[in-house]
Design a binder for this molecule. Structure first.
Ligand SMILES: Nc1nc2c(ncn2[C@@H]2O[C@H](COP(=O)(O)OP(=O)(O)OP(=O)(O)O)[C@@H](O)[C@H]2O)c(=O)[nH]1
Ligand SMILES: [Mg+2]
Length: 375
């Protein structure tokens, strides 16, 4: 063979009788078991090699592996991935938006994941394609309630018409916000027409999810009257429906009473969507009761808001808010990473903490340092 060589101690005088050869090496060969670190490297390298044009094509064709890759790209915190992800989004933007986006919130244990399992499976049976996303501000701290969710949504996770993506972890809630919105656009381009966004009822996450969906539902449990009173009015005012879940067994009657109590309160509150009276309903996510009624309510809501123009108006407003949020996020990140600010901030902090300088004056100096070299 042309690329077979004789060893260096080979005697040219005995060429014919010499049978030893040096075989060329095999590229990529490795005797050792690849380490976990090596695996991560390969994955990152693969991400870098992604071609946004062909990825966009595959996502549009409904290729789930391509969709998962696209989402990983969006979730990446690396600078070069950001650019590729934006190119991908640019290509898919015209194919996004054709879905109903539904937000689901409620205190831990209200039954959100169980509800999504039943509701999602019901919608898949109707012929819809359902994507489940999550915004979980606790997941960056605890590593996520992903495992629990996957087991609660076991049937849905195996359904070929469904796609489940846990909350992106790491980074601040603002970052999670951006990534979830972009993920939503990608799933829409892949043909998912019902998007369910689950969030736990803590912190700012309800407001954030309300700002990215068309319809927002609050899952509650039956409880004493004072629990109802203690419920944050603000959250009820975000909801397009309140679902009293676990209306089964001995709890069914109590759930119906709780529903009436909610209806009485809701009557006095500002509706979340102009012209739409938010009403309470009951469900049993476990026994799959009330699921159809809830979907009918959402369908009525969709027709009503599309007819009145509120649907499109809200989406336009949400996009504008998204732009504002991103400007603020970007500015904030740039500000605190700026070398001059990094240098100056500890000094200004000390001055204001020790009471030697008014806060506003410190801010002024920092802004001068920040914008100084940009003018
Ligand atoms: N009886 C009854 N139990 C339910 C129902 N829905 C959920 N559960 C149970 O309530 C518990 C909590 O349900 P999850 O679906 O994990 O609740 P979650 O709101 O997603 O909880 P977090 O993800 O922790 O915020 C589980 O043990 C469920 O089996 C229901 O309709 N009826
Ligand atoms: Mg859950």
């Amino acid at each position: 063979m042309a690329d077979e060589k004789k060893p260096e101690w080979f005697d040219p005088a005995k060429a014919d009788s010499f049978s030893s050869v040096v075989k060329p090496g095999v590229s990529g060969g490795n005797h050792e078991k690849p380490s976990a670190k090596a695996g991560r490297f390969v994955k990152k390298k693969n991400l870098r090699k992604l071609d946004p044009a062909s990825l966009a094509k595959d996502i549009k064709a409904g290729d789930r592996t391509a969709l998962a890759k696209g989402i990983t790209l969006i979730e990446s915190n690396a600078e070069h991935d950001f650019q590729t992800a934006q190119t991908l989004l640019q290509k898919l933007l015209p194919y996004s938006g054709r879905s109903i986006r539904i937000g689901i919130t409620g205190v831990p244990g209200a039954g959100k994941s169980t509800f999504i399992e039943s509701f999602g499976s019901y919608l898949c049976d109707l012929g819809h394609k359902v994507a489940v996303l999550a915004v979980d501000p606790t997941s960056s701290l605890t590593g996520g309630s992903i495992l629990g969710d996957k087991t609660r949504m076991e049937k849905l996770a195996r359904n070929p018409r469904a796609f489940i993506r846990p909350s992106p972890s790491g980074g601040k809630l603002g970052g999670v916000h951006r990534k979830t919105r972009e993920t939503m656009l990608l799933t829409e381009a892949a043909g998912f027409d019902v998007i369910l966004v689950e969030t736990v009822g803590v912190g700012q996450s309800e407001v954030i999810v309300r700002d990215m969906v068309d319809f927002f539902m609050l899952l509650v449990l039956t409880g004493a009257g004072d629990e109802l009173q203690g419920m944050k009015k603000g959250i009820m005012e975000l909801a397009d429906t309140v679902i009293v879940n676990k209306a089964d067994g001995p709890n069914e009657q109590t759930a119906k009473k709780t529903k009436e109590e909610y209806n009485r309160i809701l009557h006095f509150l500002q509706p979340a969507t102009k012209g739409w009276q938010t009403a309470a309903m009951t469900s049993s996510a476990l026994q799959k009761k009330g699921i159809e009624e809830i979907w009918n309510t959402i369908s009525d809501f969709e027709s009503f808001t599309k007819q009145s123009g509120i649907f499109d108006e809200r989406r336009r407003f949400q996009t504008k808010e998204w732009l504002n949020d991103m400007i603020i996020d970007q500015l904030q990140a740039n500000f605190f990473h700026h070398p001059a600010i990094k240098n100056l901030l500890p000094k200004v902090e000390n001055e204001v903490i020790s009471g030697n300088r008014p806060v506003a004056s410190g801010v002024e100096e920092l802004f001068k340092a920040f914008f100084g070299d940009e003018n």
